[in-house]
Design a binder for this molecule. Structure first.
Ligand code: GRF
Length: 202
């Protein structure tokens, strides 16, 4: 399966997806890394790995117009799936609809807990002993699409938001490639699949 990865920053999850795809038995390949931030560090890494990249700043563009530009490039690259990996944009309904059942996101909390930002600080403030990360399908509701996979991470007594984030990232790098691979292989339970995906899968 051909996958486009969307990033805004460092792109460590993108790197994890890319390196996992180098395994000969990977059911997906990364055909494009695209960003709304032309300075995203991850773009350089993708280029060095020989992956096509594309950057279009959202500054000065209407949300729907920026999403259209991204969509056109993703389509041109022949991607069948989109993996959001630290893509710090709220997506227009039209874009979400176009990729319904074929767009995944990774979020640094055990959803449905802590949608949005500052997840690690919120977990620490709440006194949680377990934090973690989730991969889910993207729907119109931010961080609320059907869950495809989660990984738990123990919170240590002296954890700060930064130290916890760093450890959760290690888990993210394990979870995302595996969940994406399972999903494109349709190895996940049919219960997770939206009706549209089921249509594609049949
Ligand atoms: C990750 O923590 C991811 O869960 C969140 O944004 C961060 C992206 O980090 N959505 P990176 O750019 O992959 O290092």
């Amino acid at each position: 399966a051909r996958v486009a990865v969307l990033i805004s920053g460092g792109g460590t999850n993108m790197a994890a997806l890319l390196y996992a795809a180098k395994r000969p038995d990977s059911p997906y390949e990364v055909v494009l890394v695209a960003s709304n931030n032309p300075d995203a560090e991850g773009l350089k890494l993708a280029q060095a790995e020989g992956v096509a990249t594309f950057a279009q700043s959202h500054v000065g563009l209407k949300r729907a117009d920026h999403d259209d530009i991204m969509h056109n490039h993703i389509t041109k690259a022949g991607a069948a799936y989109v993996a959001l990996a630290g893509y710090m944009r709220i997506l227009s309904g039209n874009f979400v609809e176009k990729w319904d059942g074929r767009m995944l996101n990774i979020h640094p909390s055990l959803l449905p807990k802590y949608t949005g930002l500052h997840t690690h600080q919120r977990a620490i403030d709440a006194g949680d002993s377990i934090a973690g990360c989730s991969v889910h399908l993207v729907t119109a509701d931010l961080d609320e699409g059907p869950l495809l996979g989660q990984m738990e991470v123990a919170v240590l007594p002296n954890d700060t938001a930064d130290s916890l984030a760093e450890r959760v990232k290690i888990a993210e790098h394990q979870l995302y490639p595996r969940t994406l691979a399972d999903y494109v292989s349709r190895a996940t339970s049919p219960d997770y699949l939206t009706s549209k995906v089921r249509e594609i899968a049949l």
